[in-house]
Design a binder for this molecule. Structure first.
Ligand SMILES: Cc1cc2nc3c(=O)[nH]c(=O)nc-3n(C[C@H](O)[C@H](O)[C@H](O)COP(=O)(O)OP(=O)(O)OC[C@H]3O[C@@H](n4cnc5c(N)ncnc54)[C@H](O)[C@@H]3O)c2cc1C
Length: 161
């Protein structure tokens, strides 16, 4: 029986885990291991890292910090949550756990351009495809960019300089 189960071990879930574990609560993070942060070659907008940090390194540090304060991190995909007498019952992979509270930190899934996995990975590493104008717009300041969208929403608020 846990005080809280956090579904999702990306930056959001791990941040919650660090705060709650340091509040002396029993925390389990269940993570399917597909954080979008794993795709970040180097993030330059994360406070505290003036020279940038890769998403993989950031997650590793956050996991270590959460574990240091007693968080249990479990690999698996939560398939069901139901109410019971004590709070919630969750099932994941081959396991099950009960918790007084549950935090959903499952992130979102990118809508990728229709290119091969290899080309996509290479383009990310080379900074030729970027997903976050707020994070990465600075790096392409004064350069020509192409915007791929499913509708015209993304092009409606251009950043004017
Ligand atoms: C190429 C790229 C570059 C980026 N660059 C930057 C940047 O420079 N700066 C910046 O601030 N942001 C950047 N971002 C955005 C950043 O990665 C996301 O904002 C961040 O990862 C969101 O964190 P999250 O914890 O909400 O979700 P995620 O990191 O997506 O984590 C969600 C986790 O929940 C897990 N999950 C989902 N469903 C279940 C389930 N049923 N059971 C168990 N686990 C589950 C997933 O597997 C995943 O591990 C970038 C994103 C991409 C793709």
């Amino acid at each position: 029986m846990r005080d809280c189960v956090i579904i999702g071990g990306g930056p959001a879930g791990l941040t919650a885990a660090i705060y709650l574990a340091r509040f002396h609560l029993n925390i389990t993070v269940i993570d399917a291991g597909q954080s979008r942060a794993l795709w970040i070659p180097t993030t330059h907008n994360h406070a505290g890292f003036p020279n940038g940090i890769s998403g993989e390194d950031l997650l590793e540090r956050m996991r270590a910090q959460a574990i240091k304060y007693g968080t249990k991190i479990v690999q698996g995909r939560v398939g069901s949550i139901s109410n019971n007498d004590v709070g919630f019952a969750l099932e994941y992979g081959h396991g099950a756990v009960e918790a007084a509270t549950v935090i959903l930190a499952t992130g979102v899934v990118n809508r990728r351009p229709a290119i091969s996995e290899e080309l996509h990975a290479q383009a990310l590493v080379e900074g030729k495809i970027r997903y976050c104008p707020v994070c990465d717009g600075y790096e392409v300041t004064d350069k020509n960019v192409a915007i791929t969208v499913r509708n015209d929403l993304a092009a409606k608020r251009p950043i004017l300089r």
